[in-house]
Design a protein around this ligand. Structure first.
Ligand SMILES: [Zn+2]
Length: 158
């Protein structure tokens, strides 16, 4: 799947978050915020490259440790790595940006940065740096590590 950076995300209608501790509590809702694509790279498509701050790489990795979302879609293999060496990623990442805008990245976005020199849009870098990872890591069900879950989100125990 390829999408231009900062194009409107329309891959899934709902955003779904899975509870990290239980692995099976989940909630989902149709977002009121706009979603912008970041990091949907594909072999044969040019992408933006360049250095990113080490603190960004570390923080993105920390976010991906605590936030599990849109995992229902199965595994996606990195198309830029040689066959047989490609890591797989499951799900996506949501990062709040300016009011009413969230960035929608595939789980492999961190790998694209560290292994393939991908440089995400500066707005995404800034948004990741602005995440309060400690607060996200402390979130316990029925809360999840994302600030804009609406009151009426559907919750279920699978
Ligand atoms: Zn790769």
């Amino acid at each position: 799947m390829y999408y231009d950076d900062l194009s409107a995300y329309d891959y899934q209608d709902a955003d779904a978050f899975t509870d990290r501790e239980s692995g099976f509590y989940a909630l989902w809702y149709r977002p009121a915020y706009a979603r912008l694509n970041v990091g949907w790279l594909e072999a044969g498509r040019p992408y933006s490259t360049g250095a990113v701050p080490a603190v960004f790489v570390a923080k993105l990795a920390a976010v991906q440790q605590v936030q599990l979302m849109n995992e229902c879609l199965g595994f996606h293999e990195c198309g830029l790595c040689p066959e047989g060496e490609a890591p797989e990623g499951n799900g996506e990442v949501r990062i709040p940006g300016a009011t009413g805008v969230a960035y929608a990245a595939p789980f492999l976005v961190g790998h694209y940065v560290t292994a393939h020199g991908y440089r995400p849009p500066q707005a995404f870098v800034d948004a990741v740096l602005a995440v309060d990872v400690d607060a996200w890591a402390a979130a316990r069900w029925p809360d999840v590590p994302f600030p804009w879950v609406p009151e009426d989100a559907e919750r279920m125990l699978e």
